[in-house]
Design a binder for this molecule. Structure first.
Ligand code: SF4
Length: 394
């Protein structure tokens, strides 16, 4: 008998009432090592060896709540693919083409104190590196974080930068996952933004409504969000990728946010083996409208190292799936834009006519204002997955 088999069996996930748990202490039970993972899943020796190699590069962190959504008997379970590492992550680049650690060009636009200022009117502040779950498809895996006291100090400096740049009309508090910060830290950050007149609204980008909804059972957090929203409009962009992530508890989290007067928008990522079918997209987008979340973006998976090879859907196939899904969706459910979050700006993927992909650039970098609102067309190949793979038509 191996050492692992001798370990005490954990509390069965389906018998845990996650509503009764304190959000901050429950994080200590996250599955963040092979030792913990094998308490819930049977892993072959080979799987363990490759997983350990993956974990040396990209850690694993899965809340028990999110783990409970996985069917342990289904090796192709979509939630499993989003949370549990596989040997595929050892492939830095592969069949889909070249990759990079920084596909969105974040580093070029870093103004210090965690500020990324890419578009004149929007500023993003990376508030923390920590997330309640490390998604296997994350495009910001490389970001280095700060301890919480340093976060507040940095944020005060970030707020100063925003106050000095009157062209900034909105800002995004991002990460990592800002909702993993203590409520008192979130309150201080929002306080620093309250009186900057030229900022029309603030977004807090978070995946916690999906992977850690018990965070929103904290009345104090809801109060902080509600109070800020009385001064300045607050939006919560979140990140549901699959209909199985819509549960009674995630619904309750969304409802508590909405009852505080805050709009929740969804930014999904199009991922092979997770949601790359008409049925999956229809179920996801209509499920979101049912719980009061607006489908906003569906991102083409970026050419991220150790991600692109196994998660990116070829554009030719992808654009057909999205077009067919939209035929089945009502007006609100099909409001989402299919987007390439490219280094040159955001590009909407509109559709294809035979082998010509039609795109519309909707944001550009400040140094190329002429590129905003332009139509782009490119020749598709079977495997093209990103703008650089297309032969652009002048
Ligand atoms: S929650 Fe967001 S930032 Fe954190 S690992 Fe997932 S995708 Fe990346």
């Amino acid at each position: 008998m191996s050492e692992s088999n001798a370990e005490e069996a954990p509390e069965p996930l389906n018998s845990i009432d996650f509503r009764k748990l304190a959000w901050n202490s429950e994080l200590a039970n996250n599955v963040n090592s092979l030792k913990k993972l094998r308490l819930y899943f049977s892993l072959t020796e080979e799987e363990e060896l490759t997983m350990q190699e993956v974990l040396d590069n990209h850690p694993m962190n899965i809340p028990r709540y999110y783990l409970s959504l996985i069917d342990p008997n289904d090796p192709n379970d979509p939630i499993r693919k989003l949370a549990i590492p596989t040997a595929e992550e050892l492939v830095v680049a592969g069949q889909m083409g070249e990759t990079t650690g920084d596909p969105y060009g974040d580093d070029k636009h870093n103004k210090g104190n965690g500020i990324l200022h890419k578009y004149p009117y929007s500023a993003l502040v990376v508030a923390t590196e920590y997330c309640s779950m490390y998604c296997r498809h994350c495009f910001r895996k490389r970001i280095v974080g700060l301890p919480n006291d340093k976060t507040v100090e940095s944020f005060q400096n970030a707020a100063k930068y925003i106050a000095e740049h009157k062209e900034i009309t909105n800002m995004i508090i991002s990460g990592g996952d800002p909702m993993m910060l203590p409520t008192s830290v979130i309150a201080k950050m929002l306080e620093a933004l309250k009186n900057i007149d030229h900022v029309n609204y603030v977004r807090i980008g978070t995946r916690t409504p999906v992977v850690y909804p018990l965070r929103y059972l904290d009345d104090e957090l809801i109060k902080v969000l509600r109070d800020f929203n009385q001064h300045k409009t607050l939006y919560i962009p979140t990140h549901f990728n699959h209909v199985n992530e819509i549960t009674d508890l995630s619904k309750e989290a969304v409802l508590r946010i909405r009852n505080a007067g805050i709009t929740v928008n969804n930014q999904a990522v199009f991922l092979k083996g997770v949601n790359d079918s008409v049925e999956n997209l229809v179920d996801l987008m209509s499920g979101l409208t049912r719980i009061g979340v607006n489908p906003y973006y569906l991102y083409q998976c970026m050419p991220v190292s150790r991600v692109r090879h196994h998660f990116q859907v070829p554009l030719k196939r992808g654009v057909d799936i999205v077009a067919e899904a939209k035929r089945h969706l009502d007006g609100y459910a099909k409001r989402f834009k299919f987007i390439m979050g490219h280094d040159i700006g955001k590009i909407e993927i509109c559709g294809r006519k035979d082998d010509i992909l039609v795109m519309s650039q909707i944001h550009s970098r400040p140094e190329h204002p002429e590129e905003a609102s332009r139509i782009l067309m490119g020749r598709l190949t079977e495997n093209a997955g990103w703008l650089e793979d297309l032969d652009l038509i002048e």
